[in-house]
Design a protein around this ligand. Structure first.
Ligand SMILES: C[S@@+](CC[C@H](N)C(=O)[O-])C[C@H]1O[C@@H](n2cnc3c(N)ncnc32)[C@H](O)[C@@H]1O
Length: 252
């Protein structure tokens, strides 16, 4: 007689999933291998390979999936993405905001040629949710424009993915964190830079010791409104944002 397979309840499966993720985190060899693969794959620009609605998005699909889970769980009315590049990420966020309700996705980038704007705004109802701000994120006018759009609303998800020096990211964290209310998130992108040795194929003003991770550490040491959500990253295994998913735990 064949043995009847025990089926999980939804609650049991949740516990099983969380425990498995903790196991992955505790597996030092696995974690070391992940960093090794990330460093080696970065030479081939692995993080540039995904697209959304045909437009490149410069992030690991794992991290985009984590953002999808955050958006579903927290239902932000506004999503602010700082650093748009080719627009795939912005279209991804807008697709989800459109599906689950929400007002606008703001895309801020210092460099936005007209053909890029045209492509981003060519996707019907998904594009209608998008507002592009072609300016530096740390300019006073840019922050004022964002404040004008979101008003008093603090159901806001902020994704920082622009210039990855310590100085720039700490300014972004200080300027945009007041817009995020309790229960909502900031995603501080590319904290992984702290773990990746200087790369020869890309000449960048950031690197180990001067990057989003060092800025985030300073921000968290000076600010008690945000905590790192480890549960999100534990299950990702591959992420460019270690400790970079931070949750607002109290309003001003
Ligand atoms: C890593 S890419 C963004 C990738 C994008 N988030 C995605 O998922 O595809 C970084 C972008 O930041 C922009 N950037 C650099 N300095 C900036 C600044 N001061 N303000 C706003 N954007 C900036 C660059 O022009 C570039 O497009």
């Amino acid at each position: 007689m064949t043995k009847k397979k025990k089926l999980f309840t939804r609650e049991e499966f949740e516990k099983f999933r969380l425990n498995s993720a903790k196991g992955m985190v505790a597996d030092k060899k696995l974690q070391d291998d992940v960093i090794d693969v990330l460093v080696r794959a970065d030479k081939y620009n692995w993080i540039h390979q995904a697209t959304w609605m045909g437009e490149p998005l410069l992030n690991l699909p794992q991290d985009m999936f984590a953002i999808q889970e955050i958006i579903f769980a927290t239902k932000p009315k506004y999503i602010i993405e700082i650093g748009v590049a080719w627009g795939g990420g912005l279209l991804f966020h807008s697709t989800l905001l459109k599906a689950w309700g929400g007002e606008k996705v703001l895309g801020i980038d210092i460099y936005m040629p007209d053909d890029l704007k045209k492509r981003i705004m060519s996707h019907g109802e998904v594009s209608e949710k998008i507002e592009l701000i072609n300016a530096s994120s740390i300019e006073k006018n840019t922050v004022e424009k964002v404040e004008e759009i979101i008003g008093d609303c603090r159901d806001v998800l902020v994704i920082l993915d622009s210039h990855h020096t310590h100085e720039h990211v700490i300014q972004e964290l200080n300027l945009y964190s007041p817009l995020v209310g309790e229960g909502q998130y900031i995603v501080c992108g590319d904290t992984i830079v702290d773990f990746i040795p200087e790369q020869e194929h890309r000449d960048r003003p950031w690197g180990p010791g001067n990057n989003p991770m060092t800025a985030l550490q300073q921000f968290l040491s000076e600010n008690d409104r945000f905590e790192v959500d480890k549960e999100i990253e534990n299950k990702l295994l591959f992420t460019c944002n270690p400790s970079g998913f931070i949750k607002c735990v109290k309003n001003y």
